[in-house]
Design a protein around this ligand. Structure first.
Ligand code: OMP
Length: 215
């Protein structure tokens, strides 16, 4: 685990974003941990969050033309990442986002910001079963753009519809990498090393045995 990844887990725990207990997921699975990116809800959080996304993106070496933040949670994340790429790496990257409600007056359409074209880096919070990503892909394709990659905070490393992880399915179906700041394996390593959180290791490991993938 790299230093920025450990710092990110610490940051998420400190802000109550990464929690341990019992949670029901969108997929119906009962999970011993949950990542609620909505609790990064202050200016300082957003500034730090943007720097972590930018670091993971730079670390990946993947090329892209535009950042796309799907409504709603992807919007502040893509915005913060674009600012951090400029501040930290002198990269002036175009970004755009969609509105969920289609506008029928003014400029029309449901995209805001830079045109959604070329190689798109889709920026979001978490992928579990991949449903949210598939919805966004319809927009990317409808605009004649292609997917450069998907950038998320946490890869839960869970099975999707079959034996592959939702992320492996996305990579297979769209031929593009999924980049994450941290993965479940990093979280397990982190809590194993923490006196306070070590009691959760067993439940989280059991969950990984039931729903996880090895890769
Ligand atoms: P999928 O659309 O199944 O990939 O799930 C992604 C969504 O699940 C996220 O956008 C959240 O709404 C929600 N989620 C989290 O935010 N954090 C988690 O740790 C787990 C989930 C989830 O419900 O699976």
């Amino acid at each position: 685990m790299k230093a920025y990844q450990k710092e990110f887990i610490e940051f998420a725990i400190e802000r109550g974003v990464l929690k341990f207990g019992e949670f029901t997921l969108k997929s119906g699975r009962t999970s011993p941990y949950f990542f609620n990116a909505g609790l990064f809800n202050q200016g300082a959080d957003l500034a730090r969050l943007g720097r972590f996304y930018a670091a993971a993106l730079e670390d990946s070496g993947v090329n892209y033309d535009v950042l796309f933040g799907p409504a709603y949670k992807g919007i502040p994340i893509a915005t913060a990442a674009a600012i951090a790429l400029f501040d930290g790496y002198q990269k002036n990257v175009p970004y755009c986002f969609n509105r969920k409600e289609k506008k029928d007056h003014g400029e029309g359409g449901n995209l805001v910001g830079s045109p959604l074209q070329g190689k798109v880096m889709l920026v979001d919070d978490v992928i579990t079963a991949g449903t949210a990503i598939r919805e966004s892909m319809e927009l990317v394709h409808a605009n004649g753009a292609e997917l450069a990659g998907v950038l998320i905070a946490l890869d839960r490393q869970e099975k999707g519809q079959g034996e592959l992880s939702a992320i492996q399915e996305v990579e297979r179906d769209y031929q593009a990498p999924v980049i994450s700041i941290v993965k479940l394996n990093d979280v397990i390593q982190y809590i194993s090393d923490s006196e306070e959180l070590a009691p959760y290791v067993e439940q989280v490991t059991r969950y990984r045995e039931q729903y996880g993938v090895s890769a």
